[in-house]
Design a protein around this ligand. Sequence first.
Ligand SMILES: [Fe+2]
Length: 315
Amino acid sequence: MTVQDSTFATLADELKAHTGRFTDKQFDWNAFPSNAGFDELARAQMRYIGAGGSPKVGDTSTLKPDNFTVSLIYKETGKYAACHSHEIEESFLIINGALIVGWERDGEVVEVNLGPKDMILNAREIGHGFRVDGPEPVLMSISVDVGKPLPPVYHYHPKEHPTELARTFGAQPGKTLKFDPKGEHHLQQLMSKYVVRHSELETHWEDAGFTRKIYCGPGGVETDTCRKEMLGIPSRVGVKAFSRDVEDAFLVLDGALTVGWEENGETVEVELGPRDLVKTPAGRKHWFKNNGAEAATVWYIVGSAEPESVTFEAA
Ligand SMILES: [Fe+2]
């Protein structure tokens, strides 16, 4: 059992401090110093939990991370992110638009086109970049494990390489392969273990009356860091209080979700709309309910890759 954090006067204050409101936040166009001076790399970041790859770790408007970070990234048509690698795992969940993600090895690149609710987990130490070629800008949610936050190593940054090569993530002409889970190339085979298509993912109906699609963790992409799921919660469906030995976070994609906390018999609630988030610390009793008329779609991250320990009960 946890005791209430003494830095907060009330449980309601503590819940408020663990809520990230889209409208209270601002996109930061200068989150990544390595992009400075390169308009073709422009991207904006909105931080919810931790700094998520940006060195702006002193931002007090973002929640302290335990096992994972959450941020939104916005990128306009024609822009790209230079191919780089890092020793932490990083997931991209597409919210809007179409994003091309490339993985590079030895001058060869495999590119995958991801649409809304698709995800890729960028494996540790694999060279990866991304690009928006379509007519719409891309909004995605990025999560990284907090591991050792070393700066990324750039492989094909336009500082050191011609723009044409940087835009293709380091692929020489004719050296770009399309993503194909049945492809022969080792990079195609590797990437196929890390790409999740929303439409191809099994939908699990919980007895409590909501759906889960498992993106990362047992039943999804193999990982040793965090479980990531998409929940579909029909109108008027909710669950009884549960707790975990790690933190979790709800990021609402569509609809509305009420999240409640309980401590020593006291309860408090907050209603989240699209792009609002609540992070619940380890040990805190919490629940969720959809009080709205439309179904809620929620991105759900749990700070451990262990199999699910909670049995959800309908409220
Ligand atoms: Fe990355």
